[in-house]
Design a protein around this ligand. Structure first.
Ligand code: ABU
Length: 376
């Protein structure tokens, strides 16, 4: 009997991982969940279709290199089977002109212990993305008798799932920040919606970012699905585009988290960490002023690192401030070049999904003796 799938957090020793691929990636057309993520003055505004081949090749070279570095350190690496993403998605509820990519598996696949859940994603262009991972999940299912293969309820993504004109172009950055601080996001509570990358796994506790890609109904779903876990809804008011927790609140080892200084966890939500002796430190400032061309993500991919064990972390090689901070925090740092892959869906954490980390489901927060404002 082979145990293939096991992972309870982002820092125990990594033994098996999926690394994404950029083949056939597209810039998707505007749709209710995404159009507003493209800044008004961005060259991506109104542009969609296959990404230029030379950028795909450069991204794939860096993804392949990541896979090689991991394999050299004894980590087994699997790769998805990209679809021809330049095809429309048509369902009874919507039509959109193309799909996107399978470069960031972290958004699609959520590993909790011996289970991998295919997420209920809110972007119409990502409706079929999980299919790229099906050959791998099928193989794990055949080989690991304990592997639980799950899919969250498939969202319909009809017009009812979005607030239309949520981002009126006349709304200033300050007004957007007020909205996100008030937890007013583009998705409605019509149905369960979440991206896997909004879920921070810390053993028995799941901290889930309420933002543009994950709603409260998803948190209620997690609560019912995992009655023995504690589900905490967190939000980060300084982020005008809160999508995914992994460039905002990143654990490095038990007891230590780096937090984006522009997106601080609110005081009331810190109690659980403080009462259990966790240290939250401000992440280093990004080394770059702008993301690379045609990139949806922010410069804060600087902190989107891949932790290999409690003492070792992979960080993007040009992120000199982050490299230095990791060193000061006592981590052994492996720098690798990865900026050519950013535009395809994120950084080193985004571009991977855990299959196996050593370790078990621990209770890192035994002291629950306070009013936990994040409990769902
Ligand atoms: N997928 C993580 C992106 C977060 C950010 O743009 O800051």
């Amino acid at each position: 009997m082979t145990k293939i799938v096991n992972s309870w957090n982002d820092f125990d020793p990594l033994k098996h991982v999926i690394v994404g691929r950029a083949d056939h990636s597209c810039v998707p057309p505007e749709e209710p969940a995404t159009s507003e993520k493209v800044p008004i003055d961005s060259p991506m505004r109104g542009m969609w279709g296959p990404r230029p081949l030379e950028t795909v090749e450069k991204a794939n070279a860096q993804l392949d290199n990541l896979a090689r570095v991991l394999e050299e350190r004894g980590v087994k690496v699997d790769r998805p089977s990209p679809l021809q993403w330049n095809q429309p998605v048509i369902t009874p509820d919507f039509r959109t002109g193309s799909m996107m990519t399978c470069m960031p598996p972290r958004d699609t696949l959520l590993t909790i212990g011996n289970e991998i859940i295919e997420a209920a994603m809110s972007f119409r262009c990502r409706y079929w993305e999980y299919l790229a991972f099906r050959p791998l999940l099928s193989q794990y299912f055949n080989e690991d008798p304990e592997f639980l293969w799950s899919q969250a309820p498939r969202p319909r993504l009809s017009d009812k799932s979005y607030k239309h004109n949520y981002y009126d172009e006349r709304i200033s950055l300050e007004e957007r920040l007020v909205r996100t601080a008030n937890k007013d996001f583009v998705t409605t509570e019509e149905e369960i919606l979440f991206d896997a990358a909004d879920v921070l796994r810390l053993g028995k506790d799941l901290f889930i970012q309420h933002g543009l890609t994950t709603n409260r109904k998803a948190m209620e779903w997690f609560k019912r699905k995992y009655p023995d876990f504690r589900i905490h809804a967190v939000n980060f008011p300084g982020d005008p585009y809160p999508i995914h927790i992994d460039a905002t609140f990143v654990p490095l080892r038990p007891g230590l988290i780096i937090n984006n200084p522009h997106r601080k966890l609110p005081e009331a939500q810190r109690k659980i960490f403080e009462k259990n002796d966790w240290q939250i430190v401000d992440a280093a400032m990004p080394a770059h002023k702008e993301p690379p061309p045609l990139c949806y993500s922010s410069v804060w991919l600087s902190m989107n690192c891949l932790v290999l064990d409690h003492k070792t972390v992979i960080v993007e090689a040009s992120e000199t401030n982050q490299l230095e901070q990791m060193d000061k925090l006592g981590m052994n740092v492996i720098p690798i070049h990865f900026r050519d892959a950013y535009a395809f869906g994120g950084g080193l954490h985004c571009s991977t999904a855990d299959v196996y980390r050593e370790g078990t489901c621990l209770d890192y927060f035994p002291n629950q003796d306070f009013e936990d404002v994040t409990r769902v």
